[in-house]
Structures are given as structure tokens and as C-alpha cells.
Design a protein. Structure first.
Lengths: 280, 301
């Protein structure tokens, strides 16, 4: 059926957004309350806090202003604990890229090997099954102890969490390549190397890309938590730092950015996946 | 008599507890077109895979052109049942994939020209750059045939290549295959379930008895003149004799070669019959009711 009202879905999206912002605005409206504390105490700690009128939860306007502030100056640097959100995101993205890239370099060839050989598959399966469900953050202390560098440890954690989905998907994709296609290569006396690169790799590519997409999603989830632990730079550290500053507006801004970047990462891999997908 | 081009001796295939076929002997001469007919489960595809070098027999040898077959080789082109085209490559690249392997020293231009020539031969000049998913079932199988011919194998192995096609397309491609095979004098071994297809294409038809313990029960020489066409073939009185003989075998006799009351025959030299020349068969003329029903049934094979 042809969609004869293509504007309807975006319109509804906008509507939901407006309703949400409206409710948010109403919920955080500042109300003047009577002074309920001792005036002397109020004088001591500041009138606003004393009245309870100032909630730490900002309204949409406040967050919008903060957001604009960050967008207009994303890369400022006022010392260790006050860097622009662009800089923080760049650090996180770089960690994810390095960890994910290294994981791909290991997982794809290893997955290929596992997928090609039922024997290796069976031999490595128990290890994979046990290692796969371990929260990547559980590796953090071990990484910090052995690597002794918080930055590298964060990358290591990303590496570990990206590894499994790519490994398992590559092995599965390679193992389930249609027998016929491999037989074609055999009857045409195509060398093993050429068969691997020109038959098995393209045949398994969509499955491998699915694994990569899952991996990058998990990596982006994990980097925030990892950076909260290791500190220094990155969007996770930024969120934790702003929590210590009790700047909820900054935290909400950061959350928005985390969502947008996560979406962009997923879109990029989805685009790549589409490029290698074939129709049978 | 000289040795046939392809010689199969004592071929057998056992799985634990089951012998699919055993004591398979036959030969195919150079330029000969042999079809093999038999019920499902008699191991036709296994025999073809052994000839292709994709499967290993439990016993017996296959000798082609004086050398024993071991492993797959460019000497034997295979057309697979499910076309088996690589879906991410265009029709041209699918053919070129094999051509490049056959002649590794060729330049890209030579490979493309050679591949295109064979696609033109099967009437696909207009669809060279299409992906398999954009081609119809018949066109896909044509690409498969072009791919097998393009490597100029010493022998062609066809595993029920037209099984999945509709009757009209099947007829057209059969005619094309016939023309190409006659022009190239290609040696062919083909599995089919279609009795008419076998009569149209083959010089001889190997009849396989039912499995387990399947074997070659008979070799039917198709004695009709080689210049057959689908449209005129049924005017030849030989056609019905051969057809009746084949259908009769499939429906009534194929199960008589194993079990307790098995027909014993020399497996090394299965009887060679020429029902087409058998005048007596015509005199007897099978009763219409009985010959009809099996014919209807045979269509399903």
C-alpha cells in the first residue's frame, strides 16, 4: 500500500515532542513558597535554597540554553575538569573506535577460522560461552592492575565487549555459507585463499556486519560506564563530573548527545551493512 | 574395443547401516550424451558428485581420459540443481569467476570477452550486468550453463538442471542445450526425472533400480536419429516405444533389482537394450488403460 500521508508520522513525532516538553515545563515550574525555615538559617545558606523554591531539576528552557551553550562552543578547554562537550565526545568516540577496531581485527579472522572448522568451533565453544556473558566492566580492575594505565584500560574494556558479538556472528556466518557456493568454487578449482575472500567472505559479510552493528552498540553503552570509572576525559567522565557539580542541565545535555552519537554510529554501520547485503 | 572416455568401475556408497548403491559400472564415450534416470534415493546425485569430485565413493574408481578422478577439477563442468550462482556477482562476473580460474594468465579484457561470448550463446547478451536476483529462474539456469561451458571442460555434469523450471522455459532451454551440445560435441552426464527430456537429449539412458542397493539395471540406447527436436520427436514411432519402455521400468520394474526375489544380472555389463528398434513391442501395443496411467504417473518424476 502506498503511503498517501507521508507527513503524518513526522507530524506525530513533533506532537509527542511538544507534549513531552510541555509536561516537563509544567513539572519543573518554579513556585514561590513561604519561608519555612528559621530566618537566620535562611540567611546562612541562601534564601533560594531555604525556601525550597529552586529545584535542582531544570526545565526545558534551561536545558535548551545549556545545549546551545555547548553547541556554540564545543571544544573549549578551561583545565582538567572543564573541557567542552565536543572534546569529551571526541575522546569517547576515539576510545570506542580503537577498541572496536582492534576487536574487529581479532574477531573477524578468528571467527573465520572457527566457522571454517567444526573442530575448532567445538574446542573454543566452552570458552566463548563462559566469556561472553561477563560484564565488560568486570574486567576493569584486572585491566587497571595489569595495564596500569586508565586510558588503555578503558580501550581494553571496549575491546572485550566488542569482541564477542563479532566473533560469534562471523563464525556463524562463515559456517552457514551455502554448500553449493563452496562446491562451485571447488569444481572451478578456485584456490582456498580466493575461495575465502571471494566466496565465503562476501557470503558471510551481511552476518558479519550485523555482529559489528551489535558490537558498536554495546561498545557505546559500555564506554559511558567505563569512563565514569577511569575518569580523566570522555563523555562518561563528563556526566559523573557534572553529577558531582549537581548540574542536572549539563547531565541532560550530555545524555542527549550520547543518544545522538549512538544513533549516528548505528546508522553508519547500517549503511555499511546495506552495501554488502545481497539479494538471493 | 577401446576404452570409453569415462569409465565407472564398481562404484559403491555406504553410510553406516545403509548401502545406497553398489557395483555401479558404466562407460561414456567421447561426445556422448548420457542421462541417468531413477527414483529418488537411488543415489543419482551421489554418483554425479563423485564424478564431479565433490563426494567420495566408498568403493570403486572413476577413470576419465585415462586418469583416475580424485577431487574436483576444471576438466568437469558442473551445472547445479539450484543454479548456485553467487548472488553478489553479476551474471557476467559469475561466468568470469570460473574463466579467471581456468586461464589465470588472461587479462581482464580477455576474461570478459570470453565470458560474454558464452552468455551470448545462451541468449543472455542483454542481461550480463544483472544480479541473479534480477533474473528469472530460466535465465539463472542459463547463466549456470554458460558458466559450466565457459571453462571448456572435457565433460559436463548436469544435476537435474531444469527441475525447478516451468514447462515452457524448460522446453526452450532444452532446445538450446541440445544445439550447444551438438555444436560443441560435448560429453555430458545428466540426471533427470523427466522421461521426455532424457529421450530428447540423450544418446543413452542409464536406468537405475531403487535404493538401497541400487544399481544400473539397464542401458537404453536411444536409437532415434540425433537430429531430434521437441516439436517433431513424437512423430517418430521409436519415440513411444522408448518412452513406454522407460515408464514401464520406472513404474513396474525398478524395485525388482534388490531384495529376496531380485533379478540377478551381470552388474559389470548391464543389459543394453534398444526398445526403439523393437518391432514386436509395437505389435503387442500395451493396453491403453495401463499404458496411460503409468504415463501420467511418470510425469511426476
Amino acid at each position: 500500500m502506498k503511503d498517501d500521508r507521508p507527513w503524518l508520522a513526522p507530524f506525530l513525532s513533533m506532537l509527542f515532542l511538544v507534549v513531552f516538553l510541555g509536561l516537563w515545563h509544567l513539572a519543573t515550574l518554579k513556585t514561590e513558597r513561604e519561608v519555612i525555615v528559621d530566618p537566620e538559617y535562611a540567611a546562612l545558606i541562601g534564601a533560594a535554597a531555604a525556601t525550597g523554591g529552586q529545584s535542582a531539576m531544570p526545565g526545558p528552557a534551561e536545558v535548551g540554553a545549556k545545549l546551545w551553550e555547548h553547541i556554540s562552543d564545543p571544544f573549549y578547554d578551561n583545565g582538567t575538569n572543564d573541557k567542552g562537550i565536543g572534546t569529551q565526545l571526541a575522546h569517547s568516540i576515539a576510545r570506542v573506535a580503537i577498541g572496536f577496531g582492534l576487536a574487529a581485527l581479532v574477531a573477524v579472522p578468528l571467527g573465520f577460522l572457527i566457522g571454517m572448522s567444526p573442530l575448532v568451533y567445538k574446542a573454543l565453544d566452552p570458552f566463548i560461552q563462559i566469556l561472553k556473558p561477563i560484564s565488560p566492566l568486570a574486567w576493569m580492575p584486572l585491566a587497571l592492575y595489569t595495564i596500569k594505565d586508565s586510558n588503555v584500560s578503558a580501550v581494553f574494556v571496549i575491546f572485550v565487549c566488542s569482541l564477542w558479538p563479532m566473533l560469534i556472528n562471523t563464525a556463524f556466518g562463515v559456517a552457514s555459507v551455502r554448500r553449493d557456493w563452496v562446491n562451485v568454487a571447488r569444481t572451478l578449482e578456485v584456490s582456498r585463499l580466493r575461495t575465502a575472500f571471494q566466496v565465503i567472505l562476501p557470503a558471510a559479510a551481511p552476518t558479519i556486519m550485523t555482529g559489528m552493528r551489535i558490537s558498536v552498540g554495546i561498545a557505546w553503552l559500555v564506554i559511558v560506564a567505563a569512563e565514569m570509572l577511569v575518569g580523566g576525559t570522555g563523555i562518561g567522565y563528563f556526566v559523573w563530573n557534572e553529577w558531582n557539580n549537581l548540574s542536572i542541565a549539563n547531565i541532560i545535555t550530555a545524555i542527549l548527545f550520547i543518544g545522538v552519537i549512538g544513533m549516528l554510529l548505528d546508522l553508519t554501520l547500517a549503511r555499511l551493512a546495506r552495501a554488502v547485503t545481497y539479494r538471493e | 574395443m577401446s576404452q570409453p572416455f569415462l569409465k565407472v568401475e564398481g562404484l559403491a556408497k555406504n553410510y553406516p547401516g545403509v548401502t545406497v548403491f553398489e557395483d555401479i559400472h558404466f562407460g561414456i564415450d567421447k561426445g556422448e550424451f548420457a542421462c541417468i534416470i531413477g527414483h529418488s534415493g537411488c543415489g543419482k546425485t551421489t554418483i554425479l558428485n563423485v564424478l564431479a569430485g565433490l563426494d567420495e565413493a566408498s568403493d570403486g574408481v572413476v577413470i576419465m581420459d585415462g586418469r583416475e578422478i580424485s577431487g574436483a577439477s576444471l576438466d568437469r563442468g558442473v551445472v547445479f540443481q539450484g543454479h548456485a550462482l553467487l548472488p553478489w556477482l553479476s551474471a557476467l562476473d559469475n561466468v568470469a569467476f570460473g574463466v579467471r580460474s581456468r586461464w589465470p594468465g588472461w587479462s581482464r579484457k580477455e576474461v570478459v570477452e570470453h565470458s560474454a561470448k558464452y552468455l551470448e550463446m545462451v541468449g543472455l547478451d542483454g542481461a550480463m550486468h544483472k544480479k541473479p536476483a534480477e533474473l528469472s529462474g530460466g535465465m539463472k539456469q542459463r547463466v549456470g550453463i554458460a558458466r559450466a561451458f565457459a571453462i571448456q571442460p572435457k565433460m559436463l555434469l548436469l544435476d537435474e538442471p531444469f527441475g525447478a523450471l516451468d514447462a515452457l522455459t524448460r522446453g526452450t532451454i532444452q532446445d538450446e542445450l541440445l544445439a550447444i551440445v551438438q555444436a560443441t560435441k560435448q560429453t555430458v552426464f545428466m540426471i533427470t526425472h523427466d522421461v521426455d527430456e532424457a529421450i530428447l537429449l540423450a544418446d543413452k539412458i542409464l536406468l537405475m533400480s531403487n535404493g538401497p542397493f541400487a544399481r544400473i539395471a539397464e542401458i537404453v540406447q536411444v536409437t532415434m536419429p540425433r537430429e531430434r527436436t521437441r516439436s517433431t520427436m513424437h512423430h517418430d514411432p521409436q519415440y513411444y516405444r522408448i518412452r513406454n519402455h522407460l515408464v514401464d521400468f520406472l513404474v513396474n520394474r525398478s524395485q525388482d533389482y534388490a531384495g529376496e526375489n531380485a533379478i540377478t544380472h551381470d552388474a559389470k555389463h548391464p543389459p543394453v537394450v534398444t526398445p526403439g528398434l523393437d518391432q514386436s513391442a509395437e505389435v503387442v501395443e500395451l493396453p491403453r488403460q495401463t499404458s496411460r496411467a503409468p504415463a501420467e504417473k511418470a510425469r511426476a518424476y
